[in-house]
Design a protein around this ligand. Sequence first.
Ligand SMILES: Nc1ncnc2c1ncn2[C@@H]1O[C@H](COP(=O)(O)OP(=O)(O)OP(=O)(O)O)[C@@H](O)[C@H]1O
Length: 242
Amino acid sequence: MDSHNHENCVIHTEDLTKIYDGGAFPVRAVNDVHLHIEKGEFTTLVGPSGSGKTTLLNLIGGLDQPTQGKVWVKDVDISTLSKSQLIDFRLHNIGFVFQAYNLIPVLTARENIEFVMLLQKRSKAERKKRVFQLLREIGMEDKINHRPAQLSGGQQQRVAVARALASKPQFVLADEPTANLDSKTAKNLLDTMVKLNEEEHITFIFSTHDQRVMDRARRVITLVDGAIASDELKEEQHIIIG
Ligand SMILES: Nc1ncnc2c1ncn2[C@@H]1O[C@H](COP(=O)(O)OP(=O)(O)OP(=O)(O)O)[C@@H](O)[C@H]1O
């Protein structure tokens, strides 16, 4: 049986390669990456600046096209999807938390979280239930009607995490989620993500330079020059069945 058909496999890549051709010489930003991520993982991608972390996250999330190789999310080879199918697929399967939190400035915290569920055409009752559950999880019930400009960086980051989770994705991709956060806020955010990982079995994949994030991860994958240089399991992974 192919490993990507395994029932707990969430992401599987084969020969994944991204070459940027624009400059004086081509850059192999991601170089022949074979990666297998199981449901319930809390995994971080580390490596020096320019080692390919963001590019790899973009490829896994279907935000960028590989030069070579394939990405499966569950049993779907995402290269076979049309542009509109891919947009729909991302909406239902993947949560994104990127450095610029990309919250919509004119919407309140509640509306930002609800937005993706509106796109998914979820019922009003379901949206309301999920939004309040998430606002409770991130400890921001008292800020539901605040717009992003009225929130601190850390609070915006927490709203971005809640928004990524609102759609009940298969997995969440987070590019440097704690960049520019003070220790207390970073710890709160990590606590929230660990809790959601443990209680809702959401799979998380982060890129980070932050030792605090590496310390909380159960699996640490190190990239060097676009290739996996090491892949360490820090403790027994709790693979969630079903
Ligand atoms: N759009 C692009 N065009 C050309 N080269 C690019 C492009 N995006 C990234 N690169 C190059 O690909 C390599 C990998 O970049 P990437 O941003 O994935 O690294 P990273 O590990 O996320 O870095 P950092 O830790 O600094 O965020 C770098 O050499 C970068 O210069």
